[in-house]
Design a protein around this ligand. Structure first.
Ligand code: SF4
Length: 373
């Protein structure tokens, strides 16, 4: 039987597909999407550039020296980002994560952090401000970031073996310099520190135990992320995904683990603690256990497009509203309208369709380096 091809529009708004189970269990918030999910988490990409060329994110064959990155004039200014952030916070956003590309490549990022740190939630609470980085510049910048108001950081690190790490970042960057950045983040109090490791079977799964051993007793929370099919340039294959259940089994048999409750609704990582008190780890099972039902994240691209899903193909252009002399109320109205119509749940749909589905393969997904993770 030939497979029925589902058009992109139907995939993005496929809540009515009869054979796909719905998972809607998020609490109601100030603003709810079409599946009842509140808007709580805003990820802002501050640059589309990165100094690494990891094959699963910015493969050198695509992002070579002739690749046309966005011109400075296309980027949202710090004032534009802060204005949008203020509007989002008024609509329920409690956490802002700065992403990229590599966010520390954005000049004077500390100035933006200072501006964002002055924002408060409607209840008068300070915003939770964090940042995801490859840590290549963290040793140099940790102190000024902390001074500007950054509370914590998440470091992407895919292994401790120097040869494997240099191979994966594809720019020959030494792992020792990343570890120096992590140490400095600890020293200045950017805590709790999280370390994200994308596990690609056959490439770095041999690093799972060394990474676990290294970060036990460190106070950092190591999180293992299933290798995802974000974007269209990384040549993703299902057989390169190592399910989180296997990662947990490997670590459990070496050190002993017990499951922990989630810290809050919508937490992407499933938490585990070491039985001997050496700390905790997490797994993010984006492929094998989709968590769209709790997804409260919006993403703002470097040039001001609002994406409602990591796997979306199109964003909503907020920059033209910012630069088109619209008032805050009008922009707020547009954001409300966009969020309330949201029904994206790509990972759930992918899990419900066959792995070789042409409907999934044919989707034109935005690149992670453009939208942030
Ligand atoms: S696939 Fe999209 S909707 Fe589902 S959890 Fe990921 S970002 Fe959220």
């Amino acid at each position: 039987m030939t497979e029925k091809i589902i058009p992109l529009a139907d995939i993005r708004y496929a809540s009515s597909l009869p054979h796909v189970p719905m998972q809607v269990n998020a609490p109601k918030g100030l603003l709810s999407d079409a599946l009842g999910r509140p808007l709580r988490d805003l990820r802002i990409s501050v640059t589309d550039r990165c100094n690494f060329r990891c094959s699963y994110c910015m493969p050198r064959e695509v992002f070579g020296k002739d690749y046309a990155f966005l011109p400075q004039s296309s980027l949202l200014s710090f004032e534009e980002i802060t204005r949008l952030a203020r509007i989002f916070v008024a609509h329920g956003v409690e956490k802002i994560r700065l992403t990229g590309g590599e966010p520390l490549l954005r000049k004077n990022l500390e100035v933006l952090i200072e501006m964002l740190a002055k924002l408060e939630t409607p209840a008068g609470h300070p915003l939770d401000i964090t940042l995801t980085t490859n840590a290549s510049l963290l040793a140099k910048k940790a102190r000024s970031l902390k001074g500007a108001g950054l509370q914590r950081v998440t470091v992407s690190l895919d292994g401790l073996n120097d040869a494997t790490f240099r191979h994966m970042n594809d720019v020959d960057f030494p792992v020792a310099d990343v570890l120096k950045g992590i140490d400095m983040a600890h020293q200045v109090g950017l805590a709790p520190l999280k370390i994200n490791m994308v596990v690609k079977r056959g490439t770095n799964d041999s690093e799972i135990i060394p990474m676990a051993r290294h970060f036990r007793h460190s106070g950092a929370v190591l999180r293992f992320i299933e290798y995802m099919d974000v974007g269209a340039t990384n040549g993703w294959r299902m057989d390169e995904v190592m399910p989180s259940a296997q990662v947990i089994e490997r670590i459990r048999s070496e050190f002993g683990l017990a499951a922990l409750d989630a810290n809050y609704a919508g937490e992407t990582a499933e938490r585990w603690r070491y039985l001997d008190g050496a700390g905790e780890i997490g797994v993010i099972s984006s492929v094998t256990q989709a968590f769209c039902g709790d997804c409260n994240r919006a993403r703002l691209s470097t040039e001001g497009k609002l994406f409602l899903c990591l796997f979306a193909s199109q964003g909503h252009d907020l920059r033209s509203l910012l630069r088109g002399h619209y008032g805050d109320d009008q922009i707020a109205g547009a954001i409300s309208h966009i969020w309330q119509a949201r029904s994206d749940r790509y990972s759930e749909l992918r899990a419900a369709l066959p792995a070789d589905s042409t409907a999934i393969k044919g989707l034109k997904r935005v690149e992670m380096s453009y939208i942030g993770g």
